[in-house]
Ligand binder design. Sequence first.
Ligand SMILES: [Zn+2]
Length: 136
Amino acid sequence: MADIFTKQKRRQIMQSVRRKGTEPEELLRRVLVGMKLKFLKHPANLPGRPDFYLPATKTAAFVHGCFWHGHKRCNKGLRLSKTNSRYWRIKIERNQRRDRRVARELRLAGISVYTVWECELKKGSLPIRLLKKCSL
Ligand SMILES: [Zn+2]
């Protein structure tokens, strides 16, 4: 299917998605700091290099952009089903497969996996769920 945007416009759109995609990670970092939890960022020795790893509770937290990881419970993730773009579909499905594989590897290593969706951070519903999960 032909792209309805020019190449330049398309690039602009995708860059803005990516920019927004990094913002939730910073939001979660602030939450963790606010909760005085000790964490590592992207530890290289763990499968998938989780966005955050909390050693005290052996919890890995991933911040997922709803579009890029195909969140099924929000509009941003569902946009995937409305687009006919095979390119994005394949890319997102690949991300989802990797997410599942990484989560499996982490669990096998005795680490709990916690996925934070971008939309949850924006709604501010996260800290309570995370507190429950991470408090000792
Ligand atoms: Zn979402």
